[in-house]
Ligand binder design. Structure first.
Ligand SMILES: Nc1nc(=O)c2ncn([C@@H]3O[C@H](COP(=O)(O)OP(=O)(O)O[C@H]4O[C@H](CO)[C@@H](O)[C@H](O)[C@H]4O)[C@@H](O)[C@H]3O)c2[nH]1
Ligand SMILES: [Mg+2]
Length: 244
């Protein structure tokens, strides 16, 4: 289990990963504006191991998810005794540009466990290498994060879609990779020099649909969609019956 401590939230003024903007525009004669972030597009890969009949997922600590959980478990302003500060606190908000915020204030509940920020995801990565094809980026992620060496030509494109239409509008392209134990050349786990701490986890095929709809298991939409895609497109080949 990861140890998460010394948390401090500060304004993000300069990032290699996201840039906030405000766009002004006229829509059908009405003046409007919208705040959004520019980020990288991404790829994700549904990996199915034909030796063990398991899906191969990754599990990792996501700071953004953790901070959402923290916010959710914090008492609402009307529940705190600090009525006088309420207006200012509400106007500024923890993520405002006013300066650093340490979430651990008096009256705050104890810090949530690290597990509150850990999610199950498809193997995925940012499209941040302009000279590489999406397939090649996906191939590298499968190797780095999950330890399977599969040629880019064996990746089947499932579809692409917009992730986060309100905030980023970024496109994610999803692939399917069939692997066997023979393709396993390492443990995966991500690039330690990039600070990635990824756990590779297997979900048996016969448990996939229950897993997909179990709300107590935090996961991405990609996991749910791809399991259903497999169910609709590949299940006959693997002769399974699932109860959805
Ligand atoms: N975001 C960020 N902020 C930092 O401050 C920050 N500091 C370092 N990094 C580094 O950026 C790299 C990001 O890793 P990946 O290329 O594997 O991309 P993912 O984070 O897996 O994101 C994909 O998968 C997600 C799940 O399906 C989707 O939601 C995303 O759309 C999709 O891109 C890692 O080396 C990480 O150490 C940061 N990354
Ligand atoms: Mg990744």
């Amino acid at each position: 289990m990861d140890q998460i401590n010394n948390i401090e939230v500060v304004p993000c003024t300069n990032s290699n990963y996201l840039k906030p903007f405000r766009v002004h525009y006229n829509q059908n004669g009405t003046k409007k504006s919208w705040d959004f972030m520019r980020t990288h597009d991404s790829v994700s890969v549904l990996i199915f191991n034909t030796t063990s009949h398991c899906f191969v997922l990754v599990k990792q600590f996501r700071p953004a998810v953790y901070m959402c959980e923290w916010e959710r478990t914090k008492p609402q302003p009307h529940e705190t005794a600090e009525k006088a500060d309420e207006g200012a606190a509400e106007a500024a908000g923890p993520e405002s540009q006013e300066g650093p915020t340490v979430p651990e204030e008096k009256n705050s509940p104890p810090q949530p466990p690290a597990s509150a920020g850990v999610t199950y995801e498809l193997c995925a990565g940012l499209v941040d290498k302009p000279d590489l094809s999406l397939e090649e980026i996906a191939r590298q992620e499968v190797l780095e994060e999950c330890g399977y060496d599969v040629p880019a030509s064996k990746l089947r494109r499932i579809t692409s879609y917009r992730s986060g239409v309100g905030v980023t509008g970024a496109k994610q392209t999803m692939f399917y990779a069939e692997v066997s134990d023979d393709n396993c050349v390492g443990e995966g786990g991500g690039e330690p020099q990039e600070g990635e701490l990824i756990e590779v986890v297997k979900v048996p095929l016969h448990e996939a649909m229950t897993f997909a709809y179990d709300e107590s298991i935090p996961k991405t939409m990609g996991v749910i969609f791809s399991f259903i895609w497999f169910h609709n497109n590949m299940s006959p080949k693997y002769k399974i019956s699932t109860n959805v």
